[in-house]
Design a binder for this molecule. Structure first.
Ligand code: G3H
Ligand code: 13P
Ligand code: ZN
Length: 310
């Protein structure tokens, strides 16, 4: 059934694995993810962004996840990804979510604390858990490159006070990951600051840490997209070996969206490019969904380590 992440994170921390938090936007994505997790008996977080709520509408997403729970006997948490303000968090808490993120990372430390605390008080009162964030993810945005030097990594000195004063249940940190399919410039070497993670873990023993921007941008799907009329040259993600290492640490939740987008796009492109006469949406969405399932199975087995942990 629908659960919070409390128990999941406790078991993941102790067991040295992580739970995949996958972004959902439509039925085929929900089905691809939950079929994979169901077959592998893996605990699951399905997360919804503001953009997803705008695209699919809150009720449709909640009902799709409820349908997935009827089809798969799994612990699933329904989570708001990157809640920007109190209002969207409240709407999701009141509307059936079991977990919300309040992303105050771009505010000042004090404003982030005040906003996060307000959400925590409302959420805990209703049995919902909250993820906060400290630090800003590095990234390549248009032609402004945020280099490793400029990246606003999480300051280990701030984490204890933030967690104590807000009461958050988990903390997203910035150690070198970034959102999207272009995480590093060509030639730039992917690097995660495991030393910062270790320092944070010392200040927050037993506390669940979250990694955003953790897609690997598998070249397998990039190649399919490229071979079928797409243009995603230079797409690059976080090497799987680094994510495996993170999953064994205090990192209990690993966020994955871009890898699902690439898989879905690869499947749809493949069918439409190779069969220009195709016009039944089921024909191409079916292949997109199968590729989403394939990616999620791979993550659960080879990266997160949460197979059989449901
Ligand atoms: O962190 C961003 C997630 O990948 C969601 O992206 O806001 O385009 O739905 P979105
Ligand atoms: P990716 O873009 O690396 O998949 O990250 C997704 C994410 O962090 C959602 O919050
Ligand atoms: Zn994110």
């Amino acid at each position: 059934g629908l659960v919070t992440t409390k128990e999941m994170f406790k078991k993941a921390y102790e067991g040295g694995y992580a739970i995949g938090a996958f972004n959902v936007n439509n039925m085929e994505i929900v089905q691809g993810i939950t079929e994979a997790a169901g077959e592998l008996n893996a605990p699951l977080i399905l997360q919804v962004s503001a953009g997803a709520r705008k695209y699919a509408n809150h009720s449709y997403l909640v009902k799709l996840v409820e349908a997935a729970l009827i089809e798969n006997d799994l612990p699933i948490a329904l989570h708001l990804d990157h809640g920007a303000d109190f209002e969207i968090c409240k709407a999701c808490i009141d509307g059936g979510f079991t977990s919300v993120m309040i992303d105050g990372s771009h505010h000042s430390f004090e404003d982030n604390i005040a906003l996060t605390k307000k959400v925590v008080e409302y959420a805990h009162d209703k049995g919902v858990v909250v993820e906060g964030e400290l630090g800003q993810l590095a990234g390549v945005e248009d032609d402004v490159k945020v280099s490793a030097e400029d990246a606003k990594y999480t300051h280990p000195d701030e984490v204890e006070e933030f967690v104590d004063r807000t009461g958050v249940d988990s903390l997203a940190i910035a150690i070198g990951t970034s959102h999207g399919a272009f995480k590093f410039k060509p030639g730039q070497k992917p690097m995660l600051r495991f030393d910062i993670l270790e320092e944070i873990t010392k200040r927050l023993p037993e506390f669940p840490i979250v990694l955003h921007g953790a897609s690997s941008v598998s070249q397998e799907y990039v190649k399919i997209i490229q071979a079928n009329g797409g243009n995603l040259a230079d797409a690059i993600g976080i090497p799987e070996e680094m994510l495996r290492q993170a999953a064994k640490s205090a990192v209990c939740k690993i966020n994955i969206d871009s890898d699902l987008r690439l898989a879905m796009t690869a499947g749809i492109r493949e069918v439409l490019f190779q069969h220009p006469e195709a016009f039944d949406p089921r024909e191409y969405l079916k292949v997109g969904r199968a590729y989403v399932k394939e990616v999620v199975s791979h993550k659960i087995r080879e990266v997160l380590g949460c197979e059989g942990k449901a």
